[in-house]
Design a protein around this ligand. Structure first.
Ligand code: 13P
Length: 340
C-alpha cells in the first residue's frame, strides 16, 4: 500500500516538475478529424501515427514536457517496431491516457453534458497500466449559458470524476481530473469565476468523499477568463489574478499540482497567462500547462504543409512552444525569449 502511494506521489510530482508540463495529444477520432480537416490532411490511421510520432520523437522534447496524454489508438501504435510508449520512455516523457468515453447530453437538462466511461473502467485501467501508462485523464464539460450550469450537472460530473480518480489510484495511475468550464459565450470574468469556483468546490468535496489521495492527483483546470464572445474581455493580469484567487479559494494545498488546458486561447495568450500567474509569488502547488491546441496549432500547420519535408521544422516549432511554456511555468517567459 505504501509502495503504491509512494509511486503515485512520485509520478504526480514528476508530472509537474519545475519548468515542465504536459502535452495533450489525446484528441478523440472526431476531434482529430476536425483538426486534420482544418489543415487539409486526410484523417487516416497512418497519418495520425505519422503526425503524433513526429511530435513524440522531437529531440529534446523531454526537457520541457514531463508527460503526454495519448488516445486509445495511440498507446497501441508503433513505428518500425518501436512502440510510441517506448519512444516516450526514452525521451523521459511519462505516458498518459485519456480514459473517459466522452461528454454526452445530460438527460433532463437542456444544453448540459455529463461525461461517461465508468463502466468497465477498472479493467481498462489495468490494461493501460500494462501498456505503460502511469497517469490518466478524464474531462468533464461545464457549459455557461442562460440558467446553466445547473447544480445537477456540476454534481453529476464531480461525482464521476471522483469515482474515476479513485479507480485510477487503485490501478497505480495518477488521475488528472479535468472539469473544463467552457469559454464559449459572452459571459464576463465574474461569471467565469463563480462557475469555476462552484465546480472546483464540488469536485474537491467528491474527491474527499471518495478517499482520493490529493498528493497523488493533478487538477487540469480551465482559467477564469471572459467568454470568447464577451465585450471588453479581461486582460492578462485580470485573468491571472482571478484564476489564482479562485484556485486559492477552492483547491486544497495538498494537491500535487495544477495544469491548465488552453481551451481555445491563442498559443501566446495561453503562455502569457500562465507566466503572469507564476509571477504572482508563492503558491501552494506548481502551476503548469497541459495544452493541446496551444502547443500544437503551429506545429500541425507546419507539418501539414509538407508532412515529409517539414518534419524537422514542425518539431522545432513544437519544441519552441514547449520551451516557452516551460519558462512560463516558472514565471520566466518574456517577449524576448518568444522571438529570440
Ligand atoms: P486544449 O488545450 O486544446 O483545450 O486541449 C487540452 C485538453 O486536453 C482538453 O481536454
Amino acid at each position: 500500500m505504501t509502495d503504491l502511494i509512494d509511486r503515485l506521489v512520485q509520478t504526480a510530482q514528476a508530472m509537474v516538475a519545475p519548468g515542465e508540463g504536459i502535452l495533450a495529444i489525446d484528441e478523440s477520432d472526431g476531434t482529430i478529424k476536425k483538426r486534420f480537416d482544418g489543415v487539409g490532411v486526410e484523417c487516416t490511421e497512418a497519418n495520425r501515427l505519422d503526425y503524433r510520432s513526429m511530435m513524440l520523437t522531437t529531440p529534446g522534447l523531454g526537457d520541457h514536457i514531463s508527460g503526454a496524454i495519448l488516445y486509445d489508438e495511440t498507446i497501441r501504435q508503433s513505428v518500425n517496431g518501436t512502440s510510441l510508449v517506448e519512444i516516450m520512455q526514452r525521451q523521459n516523457i511519462i505516458p498518459g491516457i485519456k480514459v473517459d468515453t466522452g461528454a454526452k447530453p445530460l438527460a433532463g437538462f437542456e444544453g448540459e453534458k455529463v461525461t461517461e466511461g465508468l463502466d468497465g473502467l477498472r479493467e481498462r485501467l489495468a490494461e493501460y497500466h500494462r501498456l505503460g501508462a502511469r497517469f490518466a485523464k478524464w474531462r468533464a464539460v461545464i457549459t455557461i449559458g442562460e440558467d446553466i450550469p445547473s447544480r445537477a450537472c456540476i454534481d453529476a460530473n464531480a461525482h464521476a470524476l471522483a469515482r474515476y480518480a479513485a479507480l485510477c489510484q487503485e490501478a497505480g495511475l495518477v488521475p488528472i481530473v479535468e472539469p473544463e468550464v467552457l469559454m464559449d459565450g459572452n459571459h464576463d470574468l465574474d461569471v467565469s469565476y463563480d462557475v469555476t469556483e462552484a465546480t472546483l468546490k464540488a469536485l474537491f468535496h467528491q474527491l474527499y468523499e471518495m478517499n482520493v489521495l490529493l498528493e497523488g492527483a493533478v487538477l487540469k483546470a480551465s482559467m477564469v477568463i471572459s467568454g470568447s464572445d464577451a465585450d471588453d474581455r479581461a486582460d492578462c493580469e485580470e485573468v491571472a489574478e482571478a484564476t489564482v484567487d479562485c484556485l486559492l479559494n477552492a483547491v486544497p494545498a495538498s494537491l500535487a499540482g495544477v495544469v491548465f488546458l488552453s481551451g481555445g486561447q491563442g498559443d501566446i495568450e495561453a503562455t502569457a497567462h500562465l507566466n503572469a500567474m507564476n509571477q504572482m509569488g508563492k503558491l501552494p502547488w506548481p502551476l503548469s500547462f497541459s495544452y493541446g491546441r496551444a502547443l500544437q496549432a503551429k506545429c500541425l500547420e507546419t507539418w501539414a504543409a509538407d508532412p515529409a519535408g517539414n518534419r524537422e521544422k514542425a518539431q522545432q516549432v513544437l519544441l519552441h512552444r514547449a520551451r516557452m511554456n516551460g519558462l512560463a511555468a516558472q514565471g520566466q517567459w518574456s517577449e524576448e525569449e518568444e522571438s529570440g
